[in-house]
Structure formats: C-alpha cells, structure tokens
Ligand binder design. Structure first.
Ligand code: OAD
Length: 235
C-alpha cells in the first residue's frame, strides 16, 4: 500500500522547456549565446570588468521572465508532482521561476534565480528588485557588492549534495529541454545510469548525451511533456 513512496522521479530541466513561453534558449540558432559573449555576461570576471553591462543583461532577462507565463509542459510537471504516488523533484538550470509559477513546489535552482539578489560580501540574499543597479547596497551589511543570484561559469552550482542524494534514490531520471553542454548538469544522466536508474530524454532534438538515455521523446515540450506525464499517471 505504501510502495509508491519509494518512487522518486528526478527531472532535470533546461531552457527548452521555457522556449514556448517565449523565453530564448542559449544555444539554438539566434539564442542568447549568439547575441552575447559568455565571458562578458556570465562569469565573475565579466562582472568585475563591467558590472553595468552584466546587471543590464540580467535586468532584461528578469523583465522578460516576470511577464512570461508557464506553458503546458511546466503545468504538466506540476500536475505530476501533485498526483504522482511518490516524490517528484525538479532540478532546474533555468532562472526564470516558471516551474513555481505553474505550481511546482519541489524545485531546486541549481543555477540560481533572477528573482533573488545576492551580496558578494556577506552572502545575504533578498528578493531582487525588477531593476538591479551596481549602486545598490546590501540591506544586511551595507556593502555595495550586489549581484544577481545567478551561478556563473567557474562557480559551483547550488545543491550538489542534495542532487547527489536525489540521484541515489531516483527510480526514474528525466532530462527535459537541455542541450547537455554544461556540466555538472550534463553529467547527471551518466550518474543515474551508473546507479541503475532508467533514464529518458525529452527534447526537441537529440542532445549531446543522447546515447546515454534508455528512452527518447522528441518534439516540442508542450506536446511531449504532457503526453509523458499522462503515461506516468495512468492507473
Ligand atoms: P541550451 O540553449 O543549451 O539548450 C536548449 C535545448 O532545448 C536544446 O537542446 C534545444 O533543442 C531544446 N529545445 C528548444 N526548444 C524546445 C522546445 N520547444 N521543446 C523542447 N526542447 C526544446 O539550454 P540549456 O541546456 O538549458 O547556464 O543550457 C544550460 C546552461 O547553459 C544554462 O543554464 C545557462 C547556459 O549557459 C548559465 O548561464 C550558467
């Protein structure tokens, strides 16, 4: 009767799940990394060199994210969490907050969140204003060292220990809308496999690590994810 509680579905999500909510991905044609240099806007060194440019980049993304509405794929994952007989954990690389807007609760933001500001001096965190400025002071220590709470290249993603534990107890690992270019996230499928956990990839096209998945569902997330969730919830 309680067997279901041993079920744990761990779902890694990336920019592709938010594409149909109008938010651009990074590596697709015309994506964010075709318009901006990673070194300039997504590294600590870039921030030190030109904080105004970096704040401007994330202010623009925050403005878009605030307006964005979750799509059928986000909603299907929230439904899965609410109705599945067991645990559902979303590990997201996305910083847009759309999983929470759709109603998901068990969400780990391994690359941070646009909605949070971080003090680089004392590590205090608070709700980011819509427009962050380099002159903003930390409300806790007063330092003028305010930055978006985004994990940049060269920094350690959040929750790695928790992720490791989750992979150990997972009975199914799914990867949705991520190209498999950025580690450590891109390595989770290999780890899940090593632990004997079945793996499924749900993406527009085969990702870098596609051969490591046991199962693959190709197509737009708003179609593939609700169909996959319906299968999982079938009595
Ligand atoms: P990418 O832009 O690298 O990959 C997006 C993936 O989504 C691609 O494989 C697309 O084929 C797929 N895709 C696009 N539209 C889709 C749709 N409608 N339905 C399903 N799939 C679709 O984005 P990520 O893999 O998330 O990190 O990128 C990983 C990290 O790299 C990001 O978190 C970010 C970036 O640099 C940082 O900024 C630290």
């Amino acid at each position: 009767m309680f067997a279901g509680m041993n079920n744990c579905i761990t779902i890694l999500t990336g920019a592709g799940i938010s594409a149909e909510s109008g938010l651009g991905t990074f590596r697709d044609e015309g994506g964010l990394w075709a318009q901006h240099r990673i070194e300039d806007v997504a590294t600590p060194e870039g921030f030190t060199r030109d904080p105004e440019l970096v704040q401007g980049f994330y202010n623009a993304r925050r403005a878009q994210a605030v307006e964005a509405v979750p799509n059928a794929a986000h909603s299907a994952l929230a439904k899965l969490e609410a109705e599945f007989d067991g645990e559902v954990l979303i590990i997201t690389q996305n910083v847009d907050g759309l999983h929470e807007k759709a109603g998901s609760q068990n969400v780990l933001h391994m690359h941070g969140a646009l909605s949070v500001a971080l003090c680089a001096t004392c590590e205090h965190r608070w709700e980011a204003p819509l427009v962050m400025q380099t002159s903003d002071k930390c409300p806790s220590c007063g330092a003028q060292a305010t930055r978006p709470d985004i994990v940049w290249f060269g920094e350690m993603p959040y929750g790695m220990e928790q992720i490791d534990e989750a992979l150990q107890r997972s009975t199914l690992f799914a990867s949705i809308g991520t190209s498999g270019n950025v580690y450590p996230a891109a390595g989770f499928v290999a780890e899940a496999r090593r632990l004997g956990c079945p793996t499924v990839e749900i993406n527009l096209e085969p990702s870098e690590g596609c051969s490591l998945f046991d199962d693959s569902r190709l197509g737009p997330a708003t179609q593939t994810v609700p169909a996959w969730v319906a299968e999982l919830l079938k009595p």
